[in-house]
Design a protein around this ligand. Structure first.
Ligand code: FES
Ligand code: FES
Length: 160
């Protein structure tokens, strides 16, 4: 086991992990953050996407130790207390989900995009969500949700 210190959703976490522990297994297991979903485990579905230092990363494709000293944001870190993040509001308003399995990963990829490109085009959104698969809805409402969130944040000056 090796000691690991990371920030998770703004809180410092000190723990011990095996060298082979994947970040997703640390998040969903010892840290109990099951909002990050485990789909393919082979970096194809995007359900496990989190932000590391603000960039969207598939947490099944990373060892926990590779996050040493870095800031990890999971879907649980999006809301501010009882106030949903604009992306969460927009996914609800635009019906950007059905079963919801892909939704945490979609929102984290979208969040990573909006941090870099606050007013993206539909093509940029499609590009950013290319690695996130949805088996239920198709992608039209998801893209609309990201656009709605971008507009809501532009109106209030809120940063992703
Ligand atoms: S579980 Fe990580 S990409 Fe599918
Ligand atoms: S809403 Fe079911 S997989 Fe996307």
């Amino acid at each position: 086991m090796t000691s690991l210190r990371i920030q998770v959703n703004g809180q410092s976490v000190d723990t011990d992990v095996a060298p082979t522990t994947l970040l997703i297994d640390l998040l969903r297991g010892p840290l109990g953050l099951t909002g990050t979903h485990q789909g393919c485990d082979t970096a194809q579905c995007g359900a496990c996407t989190v932000l590391i230092d603000g960039q969207a990363v598939k947490s099944c494709s990373l060892l926990a130790l590779q996050a040493q000293g870095r800031a990890v944001t999971t879907v649980e870190g999006l809301a501010r207390g009882d106030t949903l993040h604009p992306l969460q509001e927009a996914f609800i308003a635009c019906h950007g989900l059905q079963c919801g399995f892909c939704t945490p990963g979609m929102m984290m990829s979208a969040c990573g995009l909006l941090r870099q490109v606050p007013q993206p085009s539909d093509a940029q959104i499609a590009d950013a969500l290319e690695g996130n698969l949805c088996r239920c809805t198709g992608y039209v409402n998801i893209v609309a949700a990201v656009q709605q969130a971008a507009q809501a944040m532009a109106a209030t000056g809120e940063k992703a």
